[in-house]
Write a protein that binds this ligand. Structure first.
Ligand SMILES: [Zn+2]
Length: 230
C-alpha cells in the first residue's frame, strides 16, 4: 500500500496532453478529463508504492464513477509510482504515460459511432485490456519447452507483432549475447531456417544470432523492461 499520495506534477499533465493529441484522439475529442496522481512508498517498509499480484507496477489506470465525477473529479485517473517517476528518463516517462492512456477507451454508440455520455454529460469510458498478457514461470518454460504455454505465448507474441519491437530488443542485447562485428539475426523462438539464409535485418548495426537457448534471456530482458502496471 502506498504511504502517501500527491497530485502529479505539471509535467505529467502536459506530457499526457501531448500524448493524447498525438495518439489518443478520442480522449481529446471527447474532452476526457484525466486526473494524475503520484503514489509514494512507505520508507519504513520499502515496499513499492503500487503492487499487483505480487509484482511492482508503475502505473494504475481506473475510471472515475458517476458519484465522484459529480464531486469534481476527472473522468478517469492514472496513479503513477512517484518514486519510480523520479528515476525515469523522459522516454520512459512518455512510454509509461502512453501505456496508461492506451487503457482508456471512449464508449461509442454502435450504430452511429457517436460518443456515449453519462447523466452529467461526461464521456463514458471502458478500460482496454493489454494486447498480450500471460503468466510466466521460468522453470516451466525450461522444463516443458514447446509444450509450455510460456513458450507458446512468447512464440505467438513474436510471430504476430515481433517485427514491431524485436529491433528495439536486439539493439540492447547484453555484451555476452553479442559477437562484435558480426552480422546478427534474431530468430524469434524458432530455429533459423536450415537451407536458406535468413534475410538481413532491415536496420543497420551490429547484430547477433540468438539461438534457442538464449531466447529465455531475451524474453526475461523484455519482461524486465515491461515492468509497468497491471
Ligand atoms: Zn497496463
Amino acid at each position: 500500500m502506498p504511504a502517501t499520495f500527491a497530485k502529479a506534477s505539471e509535467e505529467v499533465e502536459s506530457l499526457g496532453k501531448a500524448l493524447a493529441i498525438n495518439y489518443h484522439l478520442d480522449l481529446e475529442s471527447a474532452r476526457v478529463k484525466i486526473d494524475y496522481v503520484f503514489a509514494f512508498r512507505d520508507p519504513e517498509t520499502e515496499e513499492p508504492a503500487l503492487m499487483q499480484k505480487g509484482h511492482r507496477v508503475l502505473g494504475v489506470p481506473s475510471i472515475v464513477n458517476l458519484k465522484n465525477r459529480a464531486k469534481g473529479m476527472g473522468d478517469c485517473e492514472v496513479v503513477l509510482d512517484g518514486d519510480a517517476w523520479n528515476d525515469m528518463t523522459e522516454d520512459q516517462r512518455k512510454a509509461i504515460l502512453d501505456h496508461e492512456l492506451e487503457h482508456f477507451e471512449v464508449k461509442r454508440e454502435k450504430k452511429t459511432g457517436d460518443f456515449l455520455f453519462d447523466d452529467l454529460m461526461r464521456p463514458l469510458l471502458r478500460l482496454r485490456n493489454h494486447d498480450r498478457e500471460f503468466g510466466f514461470f521460468d522453470n516451466i518454460a525450461s522444463r516443458h519447452g514447446n509444450g509450455s504455454f510460456e513458450i507458446q505465448g512468447l512464440r505467438k507474441m513474436f510471430s504476430e507483432a515481433g517485427g514491431a519491437y524485436l529491433p528495439h530488443l536486439r539493439n540492447q542485447l547484453p555484451d555476452s549475447m553479442t559477437a562484435k562485428g558480426q552480422s546478427v539475426r534474431v530468430y524469434a523462438l524458432s530455429d533459423p531456417p536450415k537451407d536458406e539464409p535468413a534475410e538481413d535485418p532491415p536496420d543497420e548495426g551490429a547484430t547477433v544470432t540468438v539461438k534457442r537457448g538464449l531466447l529465455s534471456k531475451l524474453a526475461e530482458k523484455h519482461a524486465a523492461q515491461e515492468k509497468h502496471d497491471q
